[in-house]
Design a protein around this ligand. Sequence first.
Ligand SMILES: O=C([O-])CC(=O)C(=O)O
Ligand SMILES: [Mg+2]
Length: 288
Amino acid sequence: MAFRKRREALRSILTGSICIRPGSVYDATSIRIAEDLGFELGMFGGSVASLAVLGDPDIALITLTEFAEQIRRMSRASTLPVLVDADHGYGNALNVRRTVQEVEAAGAAGLTIEDTLLPQVFGQAKTQLISLEEGVGKMKAALDGRSDPSLVILGRTGAVSITGLDDAIARARAYEAVGVDGLFFTGIKSRGELEALSAATTLPIVLGGAPEEMTALDYLASRRVRIALQGHAPFAAATQAVYETLKALREGTSPKNLKGIASSELTGRVMREAETKARSGEFLGLKK
Ligand SMILES: O=C([O-])CC(=O)C(=O)O
Ligand SMILES: [Mg+2]
């Protein structure tokens, strides 16, 4: 299976003893940059999927087809393993099963399925969760949808900041019991919360953001956190760069005087120019 090596690489991060920070990636270019810089793993957040594909906020407007297509583009462009945020699995447990099939076929190394009630419910401003029982059904369906056993499936909950620590522990234990490969927690605000969740479970942990006092990788590793996210600054940086460049051009700056433009060397590397040249030589008869 073509994607097995990537999935096994993610599995060895999860079963290892250190905590790593993934590179936030969202398209073919950003994943190649992360790969060139030596990141061990890419993280494709639902928020940046929505921004990159739709230019919209993270409110479950993106379709599974659009999400999977963006994964496919990244999988083609790079061999870097990518963990993808498949939100709530685009529907109920049966939709989750289909989501796993599509995300697997698109080449993801792993995915998260969360127990958030999405999309937002009429008349309810606050984030809500589905029941623990429905969450368990979704995790079971996710595992059932997998055909490559090396694909990593993570059960995700933000319960700790929505319904409280006890409920977060109950959910984590229930998802662990059905056989997910790891647990992904969001909304953790203190060491005490992480330590309680870690003590109540045995699976590797992925942390979606953490307060300042919890950024030391050796501390996180000691609590079984193997992957710690750092948000999606690269997308925000790209937005700012495009804004500044278009603004300068609009104001009459000549292209040769623009600041912050990728060198032709960097652009060439990102578009794998040397490989294309070699192929042109080989297949188009353009050898010197
Ligand atoms: O998965 C992540 O990187 C955090 C998240 O939910 C998102 O960005 O949509
Ligand atoms: Mg998300």
